[in-house]
Design a binder for this molecule. Structure first.
Ligand code: MRU
Length: 355
C-alpha cells in the first residue's frame, strides 16, 4: 500500500529491529500517526482499544506482542501468561487464536535467546504469508470482476463493501478490497459504494485507502445499500470476515447481515473474501460464535474535525445504548467465498481447503 506515494505495510519493526510500529487507526483518516509498541501490554491495549484492527492485522499485532513479551521474560510461565492476555483482547476474530497458536508451535520447544529469535522470525513469516494470501484473494476475486466487466462493457462495475477489510485490516492489499485494487490496476472501471459502518466508521478507513490508490468510490450511510441495490446500482457486494464456521456462516462487522439480506432480495451476488486463517473448524455454526459487545460509549459518540481542524469527539445521545460489534450472515445468503485458494460457492469445498 502507498500512503501519499510512500509504500507501507500496516505493521513493521522499528530500526532497532525489535520494537513494533503500527498506525493509530483511531485517528485515521484525519491524522497519520505511527505508534511504537515496546511491551506485550501495549500490544494488547492497541488491539483492545482498536488502534489496530481487522481480523488478520490484529492477529499479527498479537504475534508481535508475544515477541515483545518474550523479550521481557522468555520463561514458559511468562509465555503462557502473555498468550492468554493477548488472546483475551477481542473474542470474535478467530485469526487471533490461529496466529498465537502458530507462535506457540514455533517457540515452545526452544528457550532463552533462541526462543526470542524464533518468535520474531515466525511473526515476520506470518506477516509475509498474510501479504501473499491477500494477493491471491485479489487474483481470484479479480476473475469475478472481470466476468462482470465483460458482461457490462463500457460502464463502471459497482461494488458495495462494508466496514474495512482493506490493507489497514491486514498486512497489505486487504481481503475484500484486494480484488478491487487489482481490477483498478488492470484498467477495469470500478466504483465502490463504501458503507460508513457506524459506530466506529471503519468505512472512512476504506474510503481513505481507496483515495490513496485512486479508486473511485462514494461513502454511503449504512442504511442506503438496500435502496441502491433495488435501483440496480450495485453489481456485487464483497465483504470481509472475522470467523467462518464449518457450515459457512460468517461473522463480520455489525450490519453485514442486513446487506446480505438486501442483496439476496435484489439478486445481487454477495461474496465473502477470507484467508484460510479465518476458517474455524472447531465451530459448527455461527450461533456458536462469541459476538463482541463493545462499550456503549462508542455508539453514543462520533469523532471528526471541528471548524479549527481539531480532532474532536461529539456526544450524540445520553440515552442507553447497545453496541454489538459483529453479526452473523447465514451461509445461505452467501453467493461465494473468495479465498486464497480459489472462489468456492459451497462450504463443503471450502472446508476441504481448510483441512
Ligand atoms: O472491529 P473491526 O474493525 O476489527 O472489524 C473488522 C471487520 O469486521 C472486517 O471486515 C474483518 O475483520 C475482515 S478484515 C480483512
Amino acid at each position: 500500500m502507498k500512503i501519499n506515494g510512500t509504500p507501507y505495510r500496516s505493521i513493521w519493526l522499528g530500526d532497532d529491529g525489535w520494537s513494533v510500529r503500527i498506525f493509530d487507526q483511531r485517528r485515521l483518516p484525519w491524522e497519520l500517526k505511527i505508534v511504537e509498541l515496546k511491551t506485550a501490554e501495549q500490544a494488547a491495549s492497541a488491539i483492545k482499544e482498536m488502534w489496530t484492527r481487522g481480523a488478520p492485522l490484529l492477529a499479527m499485532t498479537a504475534a508481535y506482542g508475544l515477541c515483545l513479551g518474550l523479550r521481557e521474560n522468555s520463561s514458559d510461565i511468562a509465555l503462557d501468561k502473555t498468550y492468554n492476555m493477548l488472546l483475551s483482547t477481542r473474542p470474535t476474530a478467530v485469526n487471533l487464536r490461529w496466529a498465537l497458536d502458530e507462535m506457540i508451535k514455533a517457540v515452545k520447544p526452544l528457550a532463552g535467546a533462541a526462543r526470542i529469535e524464533a518468535a520474531y522470525a515466525r511473526a515476520a513469516a506470518l506477516c509475509d504469508e498474510d501479504v501473499e494470501i491477500n494477493r491471491r484473494i485479489g487474483e481470484y476475486g479479480l476473475t469475478l470482476i472481470k466476468t462482470l466487466a465483460s458482461k457490462n462493457k463500457g460502464r463502471d462495475i459497482n461494488i458495495l463493501t462494508h466496514c474495512n477489510a482493506g490493507w489497514l485490516a491486514t498486512v497489505d492489499y486487504g481481503t475484500a478490497t484486494s480484488p478491487v485494487y487489482m481490477a483498478h490496476d488492470e484498467g477495469i472501471p470500478v466504483h465502490v459504494w463504501v458503507d460508513e459502518t457506524r459506530p466506529r466508521n471503519q468505512g472512512f478507513l476504506t474510503a481513505y485507502e481507496l483515495s490513496q490508490h485512486g479508486v473511485p468510490h462514494t461513502v454511503i450511510a449504512d442504511n442506503a445499500g438496500g435502496l441502491l441495490m433495488r435501483q440496480g446500482k450495485v453489481d456485487m457486494c464483497i465483504v470481509g470476515a472475522d470467523r467462518v464456521t464449518r457450515n459457512g456462516d460468517v461473522a463480520n462487522k455489525i450490519g453485514t447481515y442486513l446487506k446480505a439480506l438486501a442483496a439476496q432480495d435484489n439478486n445481487v451476488p454477495f461474496y465473502v473474501a477470507l484467508p484460510y486463517t479465518t476458517f474455524d473448524d472447531t465451530l459448527e455454526s455461527g450461533d456458536d460464535i462469541s459476538i463482541e459487545e463493545r462499550d456503549a460509549e462508542e455508539m453514543k459518540t462520533v469523532q471528526g474535525l471541528d471548524n479549527y481542524e481539531e480532532l474532536i469527539s461529539v456526544k450524540l445521545t445520553t440515552s442507553q445504548a447497545a453496541n454489538p460489534a459483529f453479526d452473523i450472515t447465514p451461509a445461505h445468503l452467501v453467493s461465494g467465498y473468495i479465498t486464497d485458494r480459489g472462489v468456492v460457492g459451497n462450504i463443503r469445498d471450502l472446508y476441504k481447503f481448510a483441512a
